[in-house]
Write a protein that binds this ligand. Structure first.
Ligand code: DQA
Length: 144
């Protein structure tokens, strides 16, 4: 069975309540149920933390055995060399995920410290960005 780890960073726990005009009004837990039904043959594990070091620990823990990691690093995307290094240090391919189109927003969001360490980046499609990420991992392994 294909195993994909989803990792969400700071403030994504507030999805559904947080700035709904940008991020929508559905919680990640609710969306995850839908996503799991769409991919019954894929193990989709989920982790969220607001703490940078815990995100690094989770990348280290899953990053040598899983088939892919979908990583929405939230605002740490724009600040964290440590997350960049953590992604480089593991062997599992990581896809950078964003709900919003960060390039259509404030200029401080136009820089990603993690993009160059990732297999690719998907953003701007709301929660659908995660489903596109699952497809990208499956396609890269010729599994669909
Ligand atoms: C985000 C974009 C980031 O700039 C922001 O800090 C977030 C969410 C997104 O999914 O669109 O927290 O990663």
């Amino acid at each position: 069975m294909v195993r994909i780890q989803i990792i969400n960073g700071p403030n994504i726990n507030l999805l559904g309540k947080r700035e709904p005009e940008i991020y929508g009004n559905v919680s990640f837990e609710t969306y995850l149920e839908t996503l799991r039904k769409q991919y019954p043959d894929v193990t989709l594990d989920y982790y969220q933390s607001n703490v940078e070091g815990e995100l690094i620990n989770k990348l280290h823990e899953k990053g040598f055995s899983y088939d892919g990691i979908l990583f929405n690093a939230g605002a740490y995307t724009h600040t964290s060399i440590a997350l960049h290094d953590a992604i480089l240090g593991i062997t599992t391919p990581v896809i950078e995920i964003h709900l919003s189109n960060v390039y259509a927003r404030e200029t401080f969001r136009h820089t990603s410290y993690i993009a160059s360490a990732c297999m690719g980046s998907i953003g701007g499609f709301g929660l659908e960005s995660y489903r596109l990420g699952v497809d990208a991992i499956l396609n890269s392994k010729n599994l669909q």
